[in-house]
Design a protein around this ligand. Structure first.
Ligand code: OAD
Length: 275
């Protein structure tokens, strides 16, 4: 491992040092899930193409609930058939070694951290989790598992059975994906925004993996950690706002390679055990 990296990691081996890990779509790229800003994201309604930024909105759901559900069900199908990779497993090993000194904040709704074995108690899914739904009218039914629904690529409309499965068992209104939409705000109740910021206030090391820094809460976390003097490591093959923060920070380093290549060595160094 590079000497700068060793020097940054060393203080986090002290008892009491807290480590915060922030992940984005890049950590799941090596599991075969396309990153968010890839080319293939558009969706056709009638004769018009829509980008994810237009589909993943409350406004679009209110206008075309069935189309938004079909789009999500296709995307969730990709997540369900993907498997956690070495980088997801390395974070589980880190959590198991550090216990309450470890927090994971993820922007990913693909469930791969959970399926790899990261604990619900120490993982904050700040953009939600595709495996769950809740009532679109917020009738109080709570967070429910996504019903097992398969949508064929050529299927234009939902069947009446699929519509029934996507109805709230309490009030009969539409269920919605338990994910944060582009025209909505972060909160604690559904997306653990305050918990994520609290973890940033006490972390002595922030490890950022595979995110382009396009959303506000992750950027606040990066800036807060830098201001409070935490060491910052960014793992991403491409330059991005977090690598810029890491390079500006008193103690920071940008690791320009993939998550599966970089993370196992870092975790092995921190835990003293192979992944
Ligand atoms: P993006 O698709 O914007 O960025 C993915 C990042 O991963 C890029 O910086 C890539 O360079 C990097 N990357 C690609 N392959 C990698 C690999 N093997 N290892 C490490 N890094 C790799 O995805 P996010 O930053 O996660 O939010 O997007 C953030 C949010 O934007 C999403 O959660 C979504 C969207 O708005 C909501 O829907 C609320």
């Amino acid at each position: 491992m590079e000497p700068e990296l060793v020097a940054l990691l060393e203080p986090s081996k002290e008892p009491g040092a807290e480590i915060l890990v922030l992940t984005g779509a890049g950590i799941s790229a090596e599991s075969g899930i396309p990153t968010f800003r890839g080319k293939e994201g558009y969706w056709v309604i009638g004769s018009k193409n829509y980008m994810p930024e237009e589909m993943a909105t409350l406004a679009m759901f209110e206008l075309h609930p069935e189309q938004v559900w079909r789009w999500y069900l296709m995307r969730f199908g990709v997540c369900r058939s993907a498997e956690p990779n070495l980088a997801h497993r390395a974070l589980v090993a880190l959590e198991n070694a550090l216990c309450d000194r470890f927090t994971l904040v993820t922007q990913n709704i693909d469930g791969l951290h959970r399926r790899a074995g990261s604990s619900g108690a120490r993982t904050h899914c700040i953009h939600g989790d595709a495996a769950y739904v809740r009532c679109a009218t917020e009738c109080g039914v709570g967070i429910l598992p996504l019903p097992a629904i398969h949508v064929d690529a050529g299927q234009k409309d939902l069947t009446s059975e699929q519509r029934r499965q996507l109805s709230c068992p309490h009030c009969g209104g539409w269920l919605r994906p338990h994910v944060l939409w582009f025209d909505e705000c972060y909160d604690e109740e559904n997306y653990h925004a305050e918990s994520a910021l609290r973890a940033a206030q006490t972390a002595s090391l922030l490890i950022v993996i595979g995110t382009s820094g396009a959303t506000s809460l992750p950027m606040r976390i990066g800036v807060l950690c830098q201001q409070l003097g935490a060491a910052i490591i960014d793992i991403n093959p491409e330059p991005n706002p977090f690598s810029a923060i890491a390079q500006r920070a008193k103690r920071g380093h940008a690791v320009r390679c993939s998550a599966c290549k970089a993370l196992p060595g870092i975790v092995e160094y921190l835990t003293g055990r192979g992944v």
